[in-house]
Ligand binder design. Structure first.
Ligand code: ZN
Length: 304
Protein backbone atom coordinates (compact mmCIF):
# COMPACT_ATOMS: atom_id res chain seq x y z
CA UNK A 1 0.00 0.00 0.00
CA UNK A 2 1.42 3.38 -0.94
CA UNK A 3 0.97 6.75 -2.47
CA UNK A 4 4.30 7.31 -4.11
CA UNK A 5 5.66 9.46 -6.93
CA UNK A 6 8.80 8.60 -8.89
CA UNK A 7 10.28 11.11 -11.30
CA UNK A 8 11.83 9.30 -14.24
CA UNK A 9 12.82 12.18 -16.49
CA UNK A 10 13.32 15.76 -15.35
CA UNK A 11 15.05 17.51 -18.25
CA UNK A 12 13.75 19.65 -21.10
CA UNK A 13 13.91 19.21 -24.87
CA UNK A 14 16.74 16.68 -25.33
CA UNK A 15 18.20 14.11 -22.94
CA UNK A 16 21.51 14.43 -21.11
CA UNK A 17 23.45 11.83 -19.15
CA UNK A 18 22.02 13.23 -15.93
CA UNK A 19 18.47 14.12 -16.99
CA UNK A 20 16.07 12.06 -19.06
CA UNK A 21 12.96 13.44 -20.72
CA UNK A 22 9.60 14.05 -19.05
CA UNK A 23 7.98 11.14 -17.28
CA UNK A 24 6.71 10.36 -13.79
CA UNK A 25 5.00 7.35 -12.25
CA UNK A 26 2.39 7.64 -9.53
CA UNK A 27 1.70 4.51 -7.55
CA UNK A 28 -1.55 4.49 -5.58
CA UNK A 29 -1.85 1.17 -3.78
CA UNK A 30 -0.17 -0.71 -6.65
CA UNK A 31 -2.25 0.80 -9.46
CA UNK A 32 0.23 2.85 -11.48
CA UNK A 33 -0.25 5.95 -13.63
CA UNK A 34 2.42 7.17 -16.01
CA UNK A 35 2.38 10.88 -16.79
CA UNK A 36 4.24 11.74 -19.99
CA UNK A 37 6.58 9.30 -21.66
CA UNK A 38 9.59 10.99 -23.19
CA UNK A 39 12.20 9.08 -25.17
CA UNK A 40 14.14 6.72 -22.89
CA UNK A 41 11.36 6.28 -20.33
CA UNK A 42 11.55 2.47 -20.58
CA UNK A 43 15.23 2.55 -19.62
CA UNK A 44 14.45 4.83 -16.70
CA UNK A 45 11.77 2.40 -15.53
CA UNK A 46 14.33 -0.38 -15.49
CA UNK A 47 16.89 1.82 -13.76
CA UNK A 48 14.53 2.90 -11.01
CA UNK A 49 12.62 -0.34 -10.43
CA UNK A 50 9.19 0.56 -11.79
CA UNK A 51 6.81 -2.38 -12.13
CA UNK A 52 5.61 -1.33 -15.57
CA UNK A 53 3.07 -4.14 -15.91
CA UNK A 54 1.09 -2.44 -13.16
CA UNK A 55 0.67 0.71 -15.25
CA UNK A 56 -3.02 1.01 -16.04
CA UNK A 57 -3.19 4.62 -17.24
CA UNK A 58 -0.89 6.76 -19.35
CA UNK A 59 -1.53 10.51 -19.41
CA UNK A 60 0.19 12.58 -22.12
CA UNK A 61 0.20 16.31 -21.40
CA UNK A 62 0.89 17.49 -24.97
CA UNK A 63 2.47 16.49 -28.23
CA UNK A 64 5.91 18.01 -28.05
CA UNK A 65 8.20 15.06 -28.67
CA UNK A 66 10.07 15.25 -25.37
CA UNK A 67 6.80 14.32 -23.65
CA UNK A 68 5.69 11.29 -25.67
CA UNK A 69 8.31 9.91 -28.08
CA UNK A 70 8.90 7.00 -25.69
CA UNK A 71 5.31 5.84 -25.74
CA UNK A 72 5.18 3.63 -28.84
CA UNK A 73 8.26 1.72 -27.69
CA UNK A 74 6.61 1.02 -24.38
CA UNK A 75 3.40 -0.13 -26.10
CA UNK A 76 5.39 -2.63 -28.16
CA UNK A 77 7.33 -3.94 -25.17
CA UNK A 78 4.02 -4.78 -23.52
CA UNK A 79 2.94 -6.48 -26.76
CA UNK A 80 6.12 -8.57 -26.87
CA UNK A 81 5.65 -9.48 -23.22
CA UNK A 82 2.09 -10.69 -23.88
CA UNK A 83 0.37 -8.09 -21.75
CA UNK A 84 -3.27 -8.97 -21.17
CA UNK A 85 -4.57 -6.11 -19.03
CA UNK A 86 -6.29 -3.19 -20.68
CA UNK A 87 -4.37 0.07 -20.99
CA UNK A 88 -5.94 3.51 -20.95
CA UNK A 89 -4.19 6.31 -22.82
CA UNK A 90 -5.34 9.85 -22.16
CA UNK A 91 -3.98 12.41 -24.58
CA UNK A 92 -4.69 15.04 -27.26
CA UNK A 93 -6.75 13.65 -30.13
CA UNK A 94 -3.91 13.57 -32.68
CA UNK A 95 -2.00 11.12 -30.49
CA UNK A 96 -4.55 8.44 -31.37
CA UNK A 97 -3.81 8.81 -35.09
CA UNK A 98 -0.05 8.85 -34.51
CA UNK A 99 -0.18 5.65 -32.45
CA UNK A 100 -2.51 3.88 -34.86
CA UNK A 101 -0.12 4.49 -37.76
CA UNK A 102 2.85 3.30 -35.73
CA UNK A 103 1.05 0.19 -34.54
CA UNK A 104 -0.57 -0.71 -37.90
CA UNK A 105 2.71 -0.56 -39.79
CA UNK A 106 4.23 -3.13 -37.45
CA UNK A 107 1.53 -5.55 -36.29
CA UNK A 108 -2.13 -6.17 -37.17
CA UNK A 109 -3.15 -5.51 -33.57
CA UNK A 110 -1.65 -5.20 -30.13
CA UNK A 111 -2.35 -8.26 -27.98
CA UNK A 112 -4.00 -6.24 -25.22
CA UNK A 113 -6.92 -3.81 -25.19
CA UNK A 114 -5.88 -0.20 -25.68
CA UNK A 115 -8.51 2.37 -24.82
CA UNK A 116 -7.89 5.91 -25.99
CA UNK A 117 -9.45 8.95 -24.31
CA UNK A 118 -9.37 12.29 -26.11
CA UNK A 119 -8.45 14.93 -23.55
CA UNK A 120 -9.57 17.75 -25.81
CA UNK A 121 -13.16 16.57 -25.89
CA UNK A 122 -13.45 15.91 -22.15
CA UNK A 123 -14.56 18.67 -19.79
CA UNK A 124 -12.03 19.95 -17.27
CA UNK A 125 -12.15 18.34 -13.84
CA UNK A 126 -12.30 14.63 -12.95
CA UNK A 127 -11.82 12.44 -16.01
CA UNK A 128 -10.67 9.14 -14.52
CA UNK A 129 -12.20 7.37 -11.54
CA UNK A 130 -10.37 4.42 -10.01
CA UNK A 131 -11.15 2.56 -6.82
CA UNK A 132 -8.60 4.46 -4.74
CA UNK A 133 -7.99 7.68 -6.67
CA UNK A 134 -9.25 10.06 -9.31
CA UNK A 135 -7.38 11.99 -11.97
CA UNK A 136 -8.46 15.47 -13.05
CA UNK A 137 -7.24 17.43 -16.02
CA UNK A 138 -7.02 21.16 -16.54
CA UNK A 139 -5.65 23.44 -19.27
CA UNK A 140 -2.11 24.82 -19.20
CA UNK A 141 -0.77 27.71 -21.25
CA UNK A 142 1.82 26.46 -23.73
CA UNK A 143 2.42 26.73 -27.45
CA UNK A 144 -0.08 24.00 -28.29
CA UNK A 145 -2.95 22.25 -26.54
CA UNK A 146 -1.51 21.15 -23.18
CA UNK A 147 -3.01 19.71 -20.00
CA UNK A 148 -2.06 19.48 -16.36
CA UNK A 149 -3.17 16.61 -14.12
CA UNK A 150 -4.13 16.11 -10.50
CA UNK A 151 -4.01 12.63 -8.98
CA UNK A 152 -6.02 12.57 -5.77
CA UNK A 153 -6.69 9.60 -3.56
CA UNK A 154 -10.25 8.82 -2.51
CA UNK A 155 -12.14 6.66 -0.10
CA UNK A 156 -9.43 6.06 2.49
CA UNK A 157 -11.17 5.91 5.84
CA UNK A 158 -10.01 7.09 9.23
CA UNK A 159 -9.59 4.90 12.30
CA UNK A 160 -12.14 4.51 15.08
CA UNK A 161 -10.87 6.00 18.33
CA UNK A 162 -9.58 3.51 20.91
CA UNK A 163 -11.59 5.17 23.66
CA UNK A 164 -14.81 4.59 21.75
CA UNK A 165 -14.04 0.91 21.13
CA UNK A 166 -13.14 0.30 24.76
CA UNK A 167 -16.29 2.01 25.99
CA UNK A 168 -18.91 0.66 23.55
CA UNK A 169 -17.38 -2.54 22.07
CA UNK A 170 -18.96 -2.02 18.62
CA UNK A 171 -19.27 -5.06 16.33
CA UNK A 172 -17.52 -5.07 12.90
CA UNK A 173 -20.72 -4.09 11.07
CA UNK A 174 -21.19 -1.06 13.32
CA UNK A 175 -17.55 -0.06 12.83
CA UNK A 176 -17.97 -0.29 9.06
CA UNK A 177 -21.06 1.92 9.14
CA UNK A 178 -19.38 4.54 11.35
CA UNK A 179 -16.36 4.65 9.03
CA UNK A 180 -18.72 5.22 6.12
CA UNK A 181 -20.32 8.19 7.87
CA UNK A 182 -23.06 6.87 10.16
CA UNK A 183 -23.44 8.29 13.64
CA UNK A 184 -23.63 5.97 16.67
CA UNK A 185 -26.60 5.62 18.97
CA UNK A 186 -25.84 4.39 22.48
CA UNK A 187 -28.14 2.08 24.49
CA UNK A 188 -29.31 5.20 26.32
CA UNK A 189 -30.34 6.77 23.00
CA UNK A 190 -27.54 9.33 22.90
CA UNK A 191 -26.30 10.12 19.38
CA UNK A 192 -22.53 10.36 18.99
CA UNK A 193 -21.56 11.99 15.66
CA UNK A 194 -19.17 9.87 13.61
CA UNK A 195 -16.87 12.90 13.40
CA UNK A 196 -16.30 12.48 17.16
CA UNK A 197 -15.42 8.81 16.70
CA UNK A 198 -13.34 8.61 13.51
CA UNK A 199 -9.98 10.31 13.23
CA UNK A 200 -9.91 12.49 10.08
CA UNK A 201 -7.60 11.41 7.27
CA UNK A 202 -5.81 13.63 4.85
CA UNK A 203 -6.40 12.48 1.27
CA UNK A 204 -3.16 13.00 -0.60
CA UNK A 205 -2.75 14.55 -4.00
CA UNK A 206 -0.09 15.15 -6.62
CA UNK A 207 -0.30 17.83 -9.31
CA UNK A 208 1.58 17.95 -12.60
CA UNK A 209 2.04 21.23 -14.50
CA UNK A 210 4.35 20.79 -17.48
CA UNK A 211 4.73 22.49 -19.91
CA UNK A 212 3.28 25.92 -19.24
CA UNK A 213 3.91 29.62 -19.02
CA UNK A 214 2.89 31.30 -15.76
CA UNK A 215 -0.82 30.53 -15.67
CA UNK A 216 -2.79 31.48 -12.53
CA UNK A 217 -6.01 29.65 -13.61
CA UNK A 218 -4.32 26.38 -12.60
CA UNK A 219 -4.40 27.47 -8.97
CA UNK A 220 -8.01 26.39 -8.44
CA UNK A 221 -7.09 22.86 -9.55
CA UNK A 222 -3.88 22.40 -7.57
CA UNK A 223 -4.76 24.19 -4.32
CA UNK A 224 -3.60 22.30 -1.21
CA UNK A 225 -1.85 19.57 -3.20
CA UNK A 226 0.75 17.68 -1.20
CA UNK A 227 3.18 17.90 -4.09
CA UNK A 228 3.10 20.23 -7.05
CA UNK A 229 5.47 19.36 -9.87
CA UNK A 230 5.77 22.56 -11.88
CA UNK A 231 8.05 23.14 -14.78
CA UNK A 232 10.79 25.74 -14.37
CA UNK A 233 12.67 25.58 -17.61
CA UNK A 234 14.51 28.84 -16.95
CA UNK A 235 15.91 31.10 -14.22
CA UNK A 236 14.38 34.52 -13.66
CA UNK A 237 16.91 36.36 -15.85
CA UNK A 238 15.48 34.42 -18.81
CA UNK A 239 11.91 35.62 -18.26
CA UNK A 240 11.78 37.00 -21.79
CA UNK A 241 12.70 33.62 -23.27
CA UNK A 242 10.26 31.78 -20.99
CA UNK A 243 7.45 34.00 -22.22
CA UNK A 244 8.50 33.58 -25.84
CA UNK A 245 8.61 29.77 -25.55
CA UNK A 246 5.52 29.31 -23.34
CA UNK A 247 7.55 28.09 -20.37
CA UNK A 248 7.96 29.11 -16.72
CA UNK A 249 10.83 30.44 -14.67
CA UNK A 250 11.73 29.44 -11.12
CA UNK A 251 9.82 32.51 -9.93
CA UNK A 252 6.71 31.69 -11.98
CA UNK A 253 6.56 28.20 -10.48
CA UNK A 254 7.07 29.49 -6.93
CA UNK A 255 4.33 32.09 -7.34
CA UNK A 256 1.85 29.39 -8.38
CA UNK A 257 2.89 27.18 -5.44
CA UNK A 258 2.52 30.04 -2.96
CA UNK A 259 -0.88 31.14 -4.22
CA UNK A 260 -2.15 27.56 -4.36
CA UNK A 261 -0.86 26.89 -0.82
CA UNK A 262 0.59 23.55 -1.85
CA UNK A 263 2.77 21.71 0.63
CA UNK A 264 5.83 20.96 -1.48
CA UNK A 265 7.00 22.36 -4.80
CA UNK A 266 9.17 20.27 -7.10
CA UNK A 267 10.78 22.05 -10.01
CA UNK A 268 11.32 20.09 -13.20
CA UNK A 269 11.75 20.27 -16.99
CA UNK A 270 15.13 21.87 -16.35
CA UNK A 271 16.98 23.32 -19.31
CA UNK A 272 20.33 21.64 -19.84
CA UNK A 273 22.05 25.03 -19.71
CA UNK A 274 21.90 24.87 -15.88
CA UNK A 275 24.32 22.92 -13.72
CA UNK A 276 24.28 24.86 -10.42
CA UNK A 277 21.05 23.64 -8.86
CA UNK A 278 21.59 25.53 -5.58
CA UNK A 279 21.35 28.85 -7.30
CA UNK A 280 18.41 27.58 -9.32
CA UNK A 281 16.35 26.41 -6.36
CA UNK A 282 17.19 29.43 -4.21
CA UNK A 283 15.38 31.69 -6.63
CA UNK A 284 12.17 29.76 -6.04
CA UNK A 285 12.81 29.43 -2.30
CA UNK A 286 12.85 33.20 -1.98
CA UNK A 287 9.10 33.01 -2.63
CA UNK A 288 8.17 29.44 -1.66
CA UNK A 289 10.60 27.93 0.87
CA UNK A 290 9.56 24.27 0.63
CA UNK A 291 10.96 23.81 -2.87
CA UNK A 292 13.26 21.16 -4.31
CA UNK A 293 14.60 20.50 -7.76
CA UNK A 294 13.59 17.15 -9.23
CA UNK A 295 16.23 14.64 -10.29
CA UNK A 296 15.84 11.43 -12.24
CA UNK A 297 14.92 8.68 -9.78
CA UNK A 298 13.63 11.09 -7.11
CA UNK A 299 10.95 9.33 -5.12
CA UNK A 300 8.42 10.95 -2.81
CA UNK A 301 6.31 8.80 -0.54
CA UNK A 302 3.19 10.53 0.76
CA UNK A 303 2.09 7.52 2.79
CA UNK A 304 2.72 3.82 3.18
ZN1 ZN B 1 6.30 21.50 -24.66
Amino acid sequence: MAFEITFLGTGAASPTLSRGLSAAVINVDETLCLIDCGEGTQMQMLRFGIKKDRIRHVFISHLHGDHYFGLVGLLFTWHLHQRKDELHIWGPFTLKEILEIQIKTSVPNLCYPLIFHDLESLPDGVICIEKRFTVSKFPLNHRLSTFGFLVKETGRQGNISKDFIEKYHPDPETIRKIKEGSDYKTNEGIIIPHTDIVTPVRLHSFAWCSDTAYHPPVIEYVTDADVLYHEATFTKDMQWLAEEKGHSTTIDAALIAAQAKVHHLILGHISQRYSDMDEFVNEAKSIFPHTDVAYDGMRIKLRN
